[in-house]
Design a protein around this ligand. Structure first.
Ligand code: ZN
Ligand code: ZN
Length: 287
């Protein structure tokens, strides 16, 4: 393995997490960047929003991640901080399939930079269902990857922290929780959900590790102009021309690499070598 290089070798970054995210982030940061993490587990990151919904998330995932990173930096007294924020929802192009959008930020107050990386990952067990105590749960639990992945149970008619049971990975406890939640819900149903907290969800932990590697590699890449860390993709440029009439389409033409410290930018054509779009993506040929 290559030794880590770059301006961060030997430094320490704060990681605010209540859910053992160091298991996913420590190795990428050590291997690609030479940075060790100081975990600040006593920082209440759940106060910024939870998956179960009893605390609503305020602001964009990026805002929340930056706030988390700063909470950790403050608690640890460090100028570097890292934080992750995940969102689960419908895939933008594949209906009926869930997607895991993991975002990770690195805040460097000594250089005044904030760098974000993210991945959209189609492998997630994220799901929710309303059940009665006599319902067959096998199909749902199979897709939820239970019991290696935990589930959450609450009454179907309300979301309040006192009635949510999280981190369930035992079948008899699950059945008991479903009965109790259903009995206390006005409609007689329990809401069963996958527990998306990283420490209860190995699939998600793997996606966080992936995005952490992407961020660490980027931080190890210096700007060719001013040699600040974090050179990488800053946007995608669309307008790939139609192969029939040449009209720019909404398909990506390539990406722009950029620096966060100076205004240097470089255009890089598509990695797959495609230089024309199929006419079915064209507004003129296929309106
Ligand atoms: Zn630069
Ligand atoms: Zn065309």
């Amino acid at each position: 393995m290559k030794f880590p290089t770059g301006p961060y070798v030997g430094s320490t970054a704060a990681l605010a997490t209540m859910h053992k995210k160091e298991l996913a982030i420590a190795v990428p940061f050590a291997a690609a960047l030479g940075v060790s993490l100081r975990v600040t587990g006593d920082v209440d990151t759940d106060g910024l929003g939870t998956f179960a919904g009893e605390v609503e998330r305020a602001g964009t995932p990026r805002d929340v991640a930056v706030r988390k990173a700063r909470m950790g930096m403050k608690a640890a007294g460090l100028e570097l901080g890292v934080a992750n924020e995940g969102t689960f929802g419908a895939h933008p192009y594949m209906p009926f399939s869930a997607v895991d959008h993991e975002l990770i930020v690195f805040v460097d107050d000594s250089r005044g930079i904030v760098i974000t990386e993210s991945v959209l990952w189609p492998q997630t067990n994220s799901a929710t269902i309303a059940v009665s105590p006599i319902d067959e749960l096998d199909v749902f639990l199979g897709r939820a990857l239970f019991p290696s992945h935990a589930v959450i149970v609450r009454p179907n008619d309300r979301i309040e922290s006192s009635s949510i049971q999280k981190g369930i990975c035992d079948l008899s406890l699950l059945r008991k929780s479903v009965s109790e939640a259903a009995a206390s819900s006005a409609d007689g149903l329990a809401r069963l959900e996958t527990d998306m907290r990283a420490s209860f969800n190995p699939t998600r932990m793997g996606v966080i590790r992936r995005v952490a590697f992407r961020l660490a590699r980027r931080l190890a890449t210096a700007c060719p102009g001013c040699s600040a860390p974090g050179w990488g993709r800053i946007r995608v440029e669309d307008g790939l021309p139609c192969s029939l009439c040449g009209t720019p389409t909404e398909m990506a033409r390539g990406e722009v690499l950029g620096c966060l410290a100076c205004d240097r930018e470089e255009f890089r054509p598509r990695a797959d070598g495609m230089i024309h779009a199929d006419p079915r993506h064209c507004q003129v040929c296929n309106p």
